[in-house]
Design a binder for this molecule. Structure first.
Ligand code: SF4
Length: 65
């Protein structure tokens, strides 16, 4: 796997509703949210709630059966 460096774009950006502006970004305008979380490499992604949801396997999500 490629190293996830500072400044790298989140691997989930293409399918992320937050990145696409479909969800309200908590406390920040979208362009700032992207700078602080989405384009920050692993350190930024780890602070993103949406990222954590993407990283949880389907069968471990609360609504799965
Ligand atoms: S860091 Fe969070 S908001 Fe940004 S693209 Fe990744 S999952 Fe979406």
């Amino acid at each position: 796997m490629a190293e996830r460096k500072l400044g790298q774009r989140c691997p989930h950006a293409n399918q992320c509703p937050v990145f696409a502006g479909k969800h309200k970004t908590p406390g920040l305008p979208l362009f700032l949210y992207r700078n602080v979380f989405c384009h920050r490499g692993q350190k930024g992604w780890d602070n993103c709630q949406q990222y954590k949801e993407f990283e949880i396997p389907e069968n471990q999500k609360p609504n799965s059966v």
